[in-house]
Ligand binder design. Structure first.
Ligand code: ADP
Ligand code: MG
Length: 250
């Protein structure tokens, strides 16, 4: 996936300005920046939830700007959301099954059911769901309502649901938010395992540095919608511009 000149403004406010990124196959890339620096906007643009004012987004050699969210999922891009978007009235298992079968970006269940084109055979969807629940340690919870899961389990269920659409690119929006330090350490292992098992490219956005520093091979730093530096965790940690951006928003 590659962006160039990607720009999004909301009325007068420029949320993302002239953004450029080029992902390598199977890498774990981090994007950090304080709250309001444009991280979720970046994901919304890539996944078709929002349209850019300018710029390009290429995925596997083709432009994906203007494509519907559902089409973007079918091309192989899946995401999680900053706020939970599970289907609360469905069981854990049915949340993953629905994603595997419908291959639909998340929205209100009734509109998903209305607009989804069923693409995956039931037996295949069941096999995908079973494998993902096992990977996420959610098999014992399969029959519970999603809304009744502990918070940490809900976050893993969201990742399972994104993976159920069999993406080549997985976008995680603040996956460590609200997790304690043990859960965050487990998440580092889980993200690596996901990349190794499924061969996906992963982009993690966070405002908190800990997860990103621990799991990402390369990091891009955003401040008020602009890229201020790109590098390894070590390079980013030692970059005076990063310190300044973070201290300025402390
Ligand atoms: P982050 O995810 O890094 O916290 P966002 O991408 O959510 O930041 O937001 C970047 C900026 O764009 C913020 O100032 C935010 O208030 C603004 N913004 C985001 N979405 C909208 C929207 N739909 N309407 C108006 N302003 C928005
Ligand atoms: Mg955000």
């Amino acid at each position: 996936m590659r962006t160039r000149g990607l720009t999004k403004a909301f009325r007068g406010l420029v949320a993302l300005k002239d953004h450029a990124i080029e992902l390598r196959e199977r890498e774990i890339m981090g994007v950090i920046g304080p709250n309001g620096s444009g991280k979720s906007t970046f994901f919304n643009l890539i996944t078709g939830f929002s349209k850019p004012n300018a710029g390009q987004i290429e995925f596997r050699g083709r432009s994906i700007i203007g494509l519907r969210t559902e089409r973007i999922v079918s091309l192989g891009i899946a995401r999680t959301f900053q706020g939970s978007r599970l289907f609360p009235s469905l069981t854990v298992e049915d949340n993953v099954l629905a994603a595997a079968q419908l291959r639909h970006p998340v929205g209100p269940l009734d509109s998903v059911l209305r607009t989804a084109r069923y693409r995956t055979r039931v037996d295949k969807a069941e096999a995908i769901a079973e494998r993902l629940l096992d990977l996420m340690g959610l098999t014992a919870q399969a029959g519970r309502l999603a809304s009744q899961l502990p918070y940490g389990d809900q976050r893993r269920l969201e990742i399972a649901r994104a993976l159920a659409t069999e993406p080549a690119l997985l976008l995680l929006d603040e996956p460590a938010a609200g997790l304690d330090s043990n859960e965050t350490t487990a998440l580092v292992e889980l993200i690596r395992k996901i990349r190794d098992l499924f061969g996906v490219t992963v982009v993690v956005v966070e405002h908190d540095m800990d997860l990103i520093m621990a799991v990402c091979e390369r990091i891009q730093v955003l401040a008020t919608g602009e890229v201020i530096c790109v590098g390894t965790p070590e390079q980013v940690r030692n970059d005076p511009r990063v310190r300044e951006a973070y201290l300025g928003h402390a």
